[in-house]
Design a protein around this ligand. Structure first.
Ligand code: SF4
Length: 367
């Protein structure tokens, strides 16, 4: 039974300088054709499972006009929903209106995720974004008034020339908004983005580490639980949808460039709008054999505070983690911890989690 679904809306009004996602400029006709096709794709793939989470991401779903949003949300009424459904939609402050928020609420959306990234004018300009504090406060107040209580904002850091003081100002503003989930991202300069082509250099690893540490400490002081390497939530507000990825659960992915994990297969949709509109949804399918599933499980679980639940792991794969990997030396050096039923990376070592995971996987035993 699949409990999670992701729906991709690849349209944006503006293209940010750092963006490497599957996106394109908003065009009314393309959106209309896309939504018709999305409905068909969902009908072809969806197996009538009762969903616990639906996540509409992008691109910028909120850049669709009211009629298009209504069509999109109407499509989701064909999905069976559990009574405790978490239903998220990604929004940008520039194009979210009271009318759109009311529509989301009417269709059962109960979680909003906004990209703020930074409120520093120069850095926002560098990212190709332009939002005022006033606009943010107004939209969030409207959302809360309508009844949204579960709100995430994205914070980005590690910009060239950024200082800890700049981050402090961004955080103070976020705290004043009284929201309950913050996702953080360090700026990664990808080759094929505008800033990548301008040859902009990343900041030093040491400074990035200092910034990450600072953010973790400040969010901790404000009562946010650091439940995944980059994600922080007030109690009871962890993202159930994102946890499905980190727990290596199966999920549907609908829309351009979306990927699904179904029946031990990773299915990636095409990024070509032309192909998608011709019903050629799938670009590639990869069968994930048991050894790879185990690797994914370990890599993804170890991103979270809980880490790997050893009992569930044994039930799922019929093997103990300690029989599959030799991680004694990692335990000895404090890079992994085992407590009760869980094997996890201690929070103060999350910054080097990639290195720890590589070391763990290198300790694979012949079974
Ligand atoms: S970062 Fe988001 S809003 Fe900006 S171009 Fe990429 S998908 Fe669109």
């Amino acid at each position: 039974m699949i409990k999670h679904a992701y729906i991709h809306i690849p349209f944006c009004e503006k293209i940010c300088t750092y963006c490497d996602f599957c996106k394109m400029f908003y065009h009314e006709k393309w959106v209309n054709e896309y939504l018709d096709q999305l409905e068909k794709e969902i009908k072809t793939k969806y197996n009538n499972d009762t969903l616990e989470t639906i996540y509409i991401g992008g691109g910028t779903p909120s850049c669709l006009n009211i009629k298009q949003l209504e069509q999109l949300l109407e499509i989701t009424t064909n999905l069976k929903k559990s009574t405790n459904l978490e239903f998220t939609i990604e929004c940008n402050f520039e194009n979210t209106t009271k009318e759109k928020l009311q529509l989301f609420h009417k269709f059962g959306v109960n979680r909003l995720s906004f990209g703020i990234e930074t409120i520093n004018k120069k850095q926002a300009e560098f990212l190709g974004r332009n939002i005022s504090k006033k606009q943010i406060i107004k939209i969030l107040n409207t959302a809360k008034f309508i009844g949204f209580t579960n709100i995430n904002v994205d914070l980005m850091y590690a910009f060239p020339n950024q200082t800890i003081i700049d981050i402090k100002e961004d955080l103070e503003f976020l705290f004043s908004l009284d929201i309950n989930h913050i996702s953080t991202y360090s700026l990664i300069i990808e080759k094929n983005t505008k800033i990548g082509l301008q040859n902009i250099k990343s900041i030093s690893e040491d400074l990035e580490y200092e910034m990450y540490n600072y953010i973790c400490q400040e969010l901790g002081k404000r009562g946010f639980i650091h439940y995944e390497i980059s994600n922080f939530a007030k109690p009871n507000y962890k993202s159930k949808h994102n946890l499905c990825y980190w727990k290596n659960k199966e999920y549907y992915g609908f829309g351009l460039g979306a990927s699904s994990y179904l029946e031990n297969k990773r299915i990636t949709n095409t990024r070509s709008l032309t192909k998608y509109l011709q019903e050629e949804y799938i670009k590639e399918e990869e069968i994930i054999i048991k050894e790879e599933q185990i690797e994914y499980e370990i890599i993804l679980n170890l991103r979270t505070k809980e880490g790997i639940n050893l009992k569930k792991f044994k039930n799922k794969y019929g093997i103990e983690v300690k029989d599959a990997y030799n991680y004694f030396s990692l335990l000895l050096h404090g890079l992994l911890k085992e407590e009760q039923e869980n094997l996890f990376i201690p929070e103060d070592k999350w910054y080097i989690s990639n290195e720890i995971i590589v070391k763990l996987l290198e300790g694979e035993k012949e079974v």
